[in-house]
Design a protein around this ligand. Structure first.
Ligand code: NIG
Ligand code: FE
Length: 397
């Protein structure tokens, strides 16, 4: 893994009109044209300046909470047992179905602000708690509303295939066909950037998922997957075979999956916050994966059941302690590699000329401190596309 390129006494020139970076280099070398016309100067006062975090896996749109399950798990009842008792995704589905579009928007917007406050300037956001045609459409409308209002970049993912809803428990294929048929609505309307499927014994089999993926391919849609979360189901290799942009979770990935991912363009997105919060699986073998040549991203998996977590630095802490990743690997995993996991690496994820000015300033001097200062928010300033959203710890939105 490459070392992190660091510049000291550096300056960044931003074109406020385009929101793009026009200069990166020594403080002393700022081109005269950058300084003409009374430019606004933001002094980082020697603090760490880095690209905004990219969270490439969240389930931001839901109503209700599952705090009771959090404590039940701590008392020894497993995630799967809770789901079998009527909790889990199904419980959030019920509260999400009974919320209005406006309520869902407000709840998701407050969560989005928390992400921004923590330095996340690009977010991927999935539906998947409606689980009926109408409810999923409403969740995707909310995601589109959020993407229009958000100062940062938001990527929109349709995840009707999160779970088979109870109405279709005995007629699974009908629901699978419904999700496959719905893809056309999202593709034709330009209403999503990706679609996602939870391929798992708890959710959709590969045979069921293949029906959806075949339709997605016909429509030219981009796929991401929840894969090999609890065991080696062969889904990582299946994700590669189906040209998924990203395969996520991978707690149970085996040697075949690792070599398939290493030889592919599919990014391995690891979610250690989920294992920490829910205790329902193994941490992914990140060391083996990186050493084999997999491109690894880290994300929060923000959701009400298995990871109600907003902070990518906290995810980095877990990646260091539980998956033995280095500081440089973690930094790359929450910036440029996560941008790759969203197909956006050409336009964000690093501080380079021509990229979006998505930049954060942190109350520390070195990137090593992000994972090390556990559970605190070091982000003092947030700039999204050249716009100052947070300055000296105060949010302006
Ligand atoms: O990514 N794995 C599947 N779905 C979510 C869990 C959602 C929930 O429990 O509400 C996840 O961890
Ligand atoms: Fe997820």
């Amino acid at each position: 893994m490459a070392e992190l390129p660091m510049l000291r006494d550096a300056a960044i020139g931003i074109n406020i009109r385009s929101g793009l970076i026009e200069y990166v280099g020594p403080d002393s070398g700022i081109p005269a044209k950058q300084l003409s016309g009374d430019p606004e100067i933001l002094d980082a006062e020697g603090r760490l300046v880095m690209p905004g975090f990219v969270d490439s896996h969240t389930h931001l749109v839901f109503a209700g909470n599952r705090a009771d399950e959090f404590y039940k798990r701590a008392s020894g009842i497993s995630y799967a047992e809770i789901a079998a008792q009527g909790g889990g995704i199904r419980k959030t589905m019920e509260s999400t179905r009974s919320a209005s579009r406006q309520e869902l928007f407000e709840l998701a917007w407050q969560r989005y602000l928390r992400l921004l406050d923590n330095g996340t300037t690009c977010v991927e956001c999935k539906s998947g708690y409606g689980l009926s045609v109408d409810s999923e459409r409403m969740a995707m409308q909310v995601i589109n509303d959020l993407a229009r209002k958000a100062p940062g970049v938001m990527q929109r993912t349709y995840m009707g295939a999160h779970l088979i809803p109870p109405e279709y428990a005995d007629d699974r294929m009908t629901y699978v066909q419904q999700v496959a048929a719905e893809l056309q609505h999202y593709a034709e309307g330009g209403l999503c950037d990706f679609y996602d499927i939870f391929v798992d014994p708890l959710a959709f089999s590969q045979v069921e998922a293949q029906q959806i993926v075949d339709r997605g391919r016909e429509l030219g849609m981009k796929l991401r997957l929840h894969a090999d979360e609890f065991g080696d189901d062969g889904t990582a290799a299946w994700a590669v075979a189906n040209a998924a942009v990203s395969a996520d979770h991978l707690g149970g990935i085996g040697p075949g999956g690792i070599s398939a991912l290493a030889a592919s363009d599919t990014v391995a997105t690891l979610l250690p916050g989920t294992m920490f919060f829910s205790g329902h699986g193994e941490y992914a073998p990140a060391r083996q994966m990186i050493d084999a040549g997999c491109a690894v991203a880290l994300a929060t998996d923000l959701n009400p059941g298995s990871s109600l977590m907003y902070s990518l630095p906290l995810v980095m802490t877990l990646a260091v302690l539980e998956m033995k990743m280095t500081a440089a690997e973690c930094l790359n995993a929450v910036t440029i590699n996560a941008a790759h996991a969203l197909g956006l690496a050409a336009s964000l994820g690093s501080i380079e000329i021509g990229k979006r000015a998505d930049i954060i300033i942190l109350d520390c001097g070195s990137p090593d401190e992000l994972a090390y200062q556990v559970g605190t928010n070091l982000v003092s300033d947030v700039i999204c596309g050249g716009e100052v959203i947070k300055r000296h710890g105060v949010m302006f939105i």
